[in-house]
Design a protein around this ligand. Structure first.
Ligand SMILES: *[C@@H]1O[C@H](CO)[C@@H](O)[C@H](O)[C@H]1NC(C)=O
Ligand SMILES: *[C@@H]1O[C@H](CO)[C@@H](O)[C@H](O)[C@H]1NC(C)=O
Length: 514
């Protein structure tokens, strides 16, 4: 297929025959450009110097997917129009002045399967219940991606219904997509945006979009040694995304580098008339986009808080040692690290049931509304989905995994209680995380992935996850979280940390046995 872009192809086959897959030849274009691990800036530079075309890029990723996806299961569907979109991008690049095109022009992107596209791709949240549904329009973020000239490569796997069907199903599993694998150790990829993280980690695509309600971008990003940005709720449009909670849902980039994530974020952030929350949050979008905050010295003068309660691991473990080293690095790069801070009402937050109650209730309401708006669909309500799962219990593995979260949501009643739960969470956030940030004049709190994710989730706050290390072959991340609209600062901090440490290394290539 893409032999012309693969140097040393026969050697590669030789290696496969030998059964060796630990070493892998760098794959370069005929013009000597290596696509693996290339950033969006690298790719654009290669386009400009005629070392690479979008068609070659799509063909390369198709080949990667063909080889590795049978094992990794990060990609759910391929867009049959990706190659023609690539050809169009290649034509446009020839016709336009260099530098006049958007940074994502001609760049292939993969979308979590809860993000609607009005094209040949299905949008199903991984469930057979939505197969054959027809969406009214592209999701708001997809409209922006298409305008920028990005190529929609396909849909990524996820935890089915973004992990709101059942607690018993493994993270990263869906009936349509199977069980996604962490490319580093073939273990848990973490969900629910597992497919996007797996796929960028294994170089199956350039960049991707995930979504988060509580942990679903930050956790898979850390677990697969990639960078995820969970934006302030409303910064990016949720219109046309299969929902859980409009109060907590947010769409954000999952990429290999902070610079790629910043470029994707600036492409998708902003007002969408189909998601009212984007109007208010548009105040947070900086003039000139997010790339201007990619500063190597971005840590200088930043105040970072450490809340030890978020650090679950024991002294002496590799993670503990690694984080102590990272604090040193942060200080060396000019940050003030304030250690042993406390969130006053942490116990109250952890014992509070408001989030699970509100999420269940909001899931029912917002899912029903999403399903009603579809042009056509096998299911039109949460009740229908539950009935579908019962009717197709084998296909949906109902006996093994059940649908407890959906059944609980179905029964929730009392709009007054919902209002109370929402008020509770905003009160807990104000006297908890916000107070901590304000009284200590912090730019960010730094923590491993832990229930810190939930603190950010219930308040609608942003967070960025950057590769931080590997323990027994399993990657882990470091999270910088801040107040609403603090993405510019978080990007400065994350980029500066990433450039100082450069911890990400690509996973071994996972070929299927032929
Ligand atoms: C969407 O689903 C239908 C029904 O299974 C399938 O025939 C079609 O190939 C899918 N589309 C893509 C792009 O995979
Ligand atoms: C809200 O908080 C109060 C006080 O902590 C608590 O008694 C109540 O159960 C909470 N409401 C909900 C819906 O969680």
């Amino acid at each position: 297929m893409a032999c012309n872009i693969v140097r040393g192809f026969s050697l590669l086959i030789f290696l496969i025959t030998l059964g060796t897959f630990s070493s892998f030849l760098p794959i370069t274009t005929a013009q000597g450009f290596k696509i693996e691990e290339a950033t969006v800036y690298d790719l654009q530079f290669a386009f400009q110097r005629n070392q690479l075309t979008s068609r070659q890029l799509v063909e390369f990723y198709h080949k990667q997917i063909q080889t590795q996806n049978p094992v990794l299961k990060g990609v759910l569907e391929l867009n049959p129009d990706a190659l023609s979109q690539a050809d169009k991008a290649d034509q446009e690049r020839k016709a336009k002045a260099p530098g006049s095109l958007s940074p994502l022009h001609g760049i292939p992107i993969l979308l979590k399967d809860n993000i609607a596209t009005k094209d040949k791709l299905n949008t199903t949240a991984g469930s057979f219940a939505l197969l054959g549904s027809v969406v009214p329009r592209d999701a708001g973020v997809v409209t922006r991606l298409r305008k920028s000239g990005a190529i929609i490569l396909g849909k990524a796997t996820l935890s089915e219904w973004s992990y709101y069907r059942s607690n018993a199903a493994p993270s990263g599993w869906s009936a349509r997509g199977g069980h996604g694998k962490n490319p580093y150790n073939l273990g848990n990829p973490c969900g629910s945006s597992s497919g996007p993280a797996i796929s960028v980690a294994a170089n199956l695509v350039a960049v991707s979009l995930g979504s988060e309600t509580d942990g679903s971008i930050l956790c898979p990003s850390g677990s697969n040694s990639v960078v995820g940005i969970k934006p302030t709720v409303g910064l990016t449009s949720r219109a046309g995304v299969v929902p859980i909670s409009p109060r907590q849902d947010t769409i954000g980039p999952i990429c290999r580098t902070v610079s790629d994530a910043a470029l994707v974020l600036e492409t998708i952030a902003g007002i969408d008339i189909n998601d009212k929350a984007t109007i208010k949050a548009s105040n947070y979008v900086p003039k000139g986009g997010y790339a201007q905050f990619l500063k190597k010295d971005g840590l200088r003068g930043k105040r970072l808080g450490v809340v030890r309660d978020f650090y679950g691991f024991e002294k002496g473990t590799l993670q503990h040692e690694t984080f102590e080293l990272h604090f040193k690095t942060l200080r060396q790069k000019g940050a003030v690290v304030l250690d042993n801070l406390k969130i006053e009402n942490l116990d109250e937050i952890l014992n509070d049931q408001s989030e699970s109650f509100a999420m269940g209730f909001e899931f029912k309401l917002s899912l029903n509304s999403y399903l009603r708006d579809l042009v056509a669909s096998p299911v039109r309500s949460l009740d229908d989905v539950i009935a579908f799962n019962k009717k197709h219990s084998k296909l949906e593995k109902l006996e093994e995994y059940g649908q407890d979260l959906m059944l609980i949501a179905q029964k929730l009643k009392g709009i007054g209680t919902l209002k109370e739960a929402v008020l509770n969470m905003s009160r807990l956030s104000h006297i908890g995380f916000e107070k901590l940030m304000i009284t200590n004049k912090l730019d960010a709190v730094v923590a491993p992935f832990s229930f810190f994710g939930s603190i950010l989730a219930i308040g609608g706050y942003p967070g960025v996850s950057v590769p931080a290390g590997y323990e027994k072959g399993a990657p882990f991340g470091i999270i910088f979280g801040g107040l609403k609209g603090s993405e510019p600062k978080l990007i400065e901090i994350a980029y500066s940390f990433e450039q100082a440490t450069m911890i990400r290394k690509p996973p071994p290539v996972r070929k299927s046995k032929v």
